[in-house]
Design a protein around this ligand. Sequence first.
Ligand SMILES: [Mn+2]
Length: 340
Amino acid sequence: MLSEKQTKEIRNHLEKAQNPLFFFDNDNDGLCGFLLLRRAYDRGKGVAVKSFPDLNESYLRKIDELNPDYVFILDKPIVAPEFILGLKERNIPVVWIDHHDVEVERESLDYVYYYNDTDTPVTYICWKVVENKEDMWIAMVGCISDNYLPDFAEEFAKENPDLFKKVDKAFDALYNTDIGKIGRVFNFGLKDSITKVVMMIKFLFKVKSPYDVLKESRENNFLWKRFEFLDGKYQKILEKAKNSVKDNLVFFEYSGDFSMSADLSNELSYLYPGKIVVVAYIMGEKVNVSFRGKNVLKITEKVINGLVGARGGGHRDATGASLSKGDLEEFKSRVEREVL
Ligand SMILES: [Mn+2]
């Protein structure tokens, strides 16, 4: 957990910022962390970062367009040094809050206010900064989406018995409760065009309660439409993936218009606890892979080692990697050798 002092520092930055710009990772943890800060201070704009894994230099164009006096970066493991340099040249302070287990280069650390806690999601860190009780449901959504059961879960269950019940695992809540359903709606909402993502964020700036999301209305029916469309596709792919279980390994390859690897690997790891889950999405000449399971970070590093252009990383039990399609067979046999 971040120290009291660090949490207070972040709060001070937010108070000073009159026109902050938030860059957040394009997932529920990034989104919910951003919403907590944005709703508490009621200032600034947010950009969901789609470049992966880094926040790259091209986003400097957003700086010149929106002219912020502060930049906050949420849930991104890597930020291009050129981006930081661009902010330094423009004299804009940067607060970077993350939870990935990564080394940041010295030159960036010298300029940035950097906060990292690998024990909790970024949403949880942001929750500790604001602790805005009426937004506890947003904190809940971000935490359980990142497979983390926060210390306020019990309190939340007591006060919201129809949205959430006491569970042993965060993913029980994600797949089996209404607060989890909101998480799944946000998640597919983020996988839409930039215009729609902006619409979603604007809608979420002003919602009063989780019921404003759960109850379909004129304001949110674009979200529900998207959810039903993508969830239909998702459930079909998930059914196929269930046939890819072999001993203690689930290895699933797919292609198509929609990349859902993180979601598939999360749900497969929930359905098959104790197994190593590897989901590979083939897109043209590239393959993006999601790993889940105990100590998969070590496995990830080992199986991509030496494959030309391959990269990967993440958390101890959840990682991502990319490689070229030509190496997929070799990659698969390495995984099997490592796991089976
Ligand atoms: Mn994230």
